[in-house]
Design a protein. Structure first.
Length: 385
């Protein structure tokens, strides 16, 4: 009765089942995987956000495939504040980056075509690709005092069915930003093999460096699709506001935007109240950003202090984002380590295999948990080694 593309293994993994059991018994759990900023104690300009969602103009139906011009101008203003000129006509509003991916996959790929995706990275891509009948081909990020793209492996992975290269900038969970030399190499490879670059920049603003990182929206040598949204920028995942920016050589960019506009017109997915509220939502980003980066830096400092007394566990270098990767003794599988930490220490962490780390001995923790909970959770985790 069901399509092959949905033939997933829907059974709970062992860690999820153990988590459910712990919650059912009421045992205290320190969640070091938390990713929902609205549950982490950050303050928001509540009245301003609610007022923006009550704009009377939202009662008028004005279907615009790319999204309302005023909303796209607000997003262009966000990029202008970062020093990038993005014409509103190069923007398409979507309800999520997942939807943006689906638009791009549909634009670029026939069934069975391939998209190159970095590994480690977050596990969303596999489902998105399955739903769009796209094959994922993984290329590795290597770690040597910092993360870098393995370009030899990437070049080897390209076939005549490859249509695009995904770059997560910065990567989740490794926190790796694509450096200028890597961007140049990506452009060279994409141009030579007629590939598009797909840049996921949801964590772009959360760099640990003092200076802002460059965005792919300014990438001109090859067709490039850059996506982001208020889920991370403003800490408002429930608003379902994201976007897709096309850049590159004029003719292919124009052709891509015309096709994307028709795809978007088929769905008209973003509702009017949020479109009218986008400007106000983006105006709230600085306050949220300051709070979140203070939390990340404080938790990172706490983690490093704790690790100084546990030399068997090492924090891998990160450049940005909300997560830290711990290298732990690989005495058993990462899943078994995470299970033991949950069941014996009450600390919930993600095992590295959730993110396709190629070897055992990696745990991933969130840096946005409340500081006292984070400190308690780190102490519990490290007591296991």
């Amino acid at each position: 009765m069901f399509a092959d593309r949905t033939s997933w293994n829907l059974a709970q993994n062992r860690l999820a089942a153990a988590l459910d059991r712990s919650r059912a018994t009421g045992e205290p759990i320190i969640d070091l995987t938390v990713s929902n900023p609205t549950e982490c104690g950050f303050s928001y300009p509540i009245q301003g956000i609610l007022a923006a969602l009550a704009d009377p103009d939202a009662l008028t139906y004005d279907p615009q495939p790319k999204g309302l011009l005023s909303a796209r101008e607000a997003v262009a203003g966000y990029y202008a504040a970062r020093g990038d000129a993005v014409p509103p006509d190069n923007l398409i509003l979507t309800t999520s980056t997942s939807e943006a991916y689906s638009f791009v996959f549909r634009l670029l790929c026939n069934p069975g075509d391939e998209i190159l995706v970095p590994t480690p990275s977050y596990p969303l891509f596999e489902l998105l690709a399955d739903i769009q009948d796209v094959r994922l081909i993984r290329y590795p990020l290597l770690y040597d005092h910092g993360w870098q793209i393995d370009f030899h492996a990437l070049q080897t992975a390209v076939t005549n069915r490859s249509r695009g290269i995904i770059v997560v900038h910065p990567n989740n969970p490794t926190g790796h930003f694509a450096r200028s030399g890597e961007v140049a190499n990506l452009n060279q490879l994409a141009a030579a093999r007629d590939l598009a670059i797909i840049a996921d920049e949801v964590f772009l603003d959360f760099s640990l460096a003092a200076e802002p990182r460059s965005s792919f929206v300014a990438n001109r040598p090859v067709l490039t699709f850059t996506m982001s949204g208020v889920s991370k920028i403003c800490g408002l995942p429930q608003m379902k506001v994201a976007w897709l920016v096309a850049s590159g050589p004029d003719q292919v960019k124009t052709d891509a935007l015309a096709r994307l506009e028709l795809i978007a017109d088929t769905y008209l997915s973003m509702n009017a109240p949020t479109q009218h509220a986008i400007s106000a939502l983006l105006e709230s980003r600085d306050g949220f950003h300051q709070q979140l980066m203070a939390r990340v830096r404080n938790n990172l400092a706490q983690l490093d202090r704790a690790l100084s007394m546990h030399p068997s566990v090492i924090r891998l270098a990160i450049e940005g984002g909300w997560y830290a990767v711990l290298r732990v003794p690989a005495t058993r599988s990462d899943e078994e380590i995470a299970l033991e930490l949950l069941e014996s220490k009450g600390a919930y962490v993600h095992p590295g295999h959730f993110y396709d780390f190629p070897s055992e001995g990696h745990l991933v923790v969130s840096l946005i948990a409340r500081e006292h909970e984070f400190a308690e959770g780190v102490k519990a985790v490290l007591s296991g080694f």
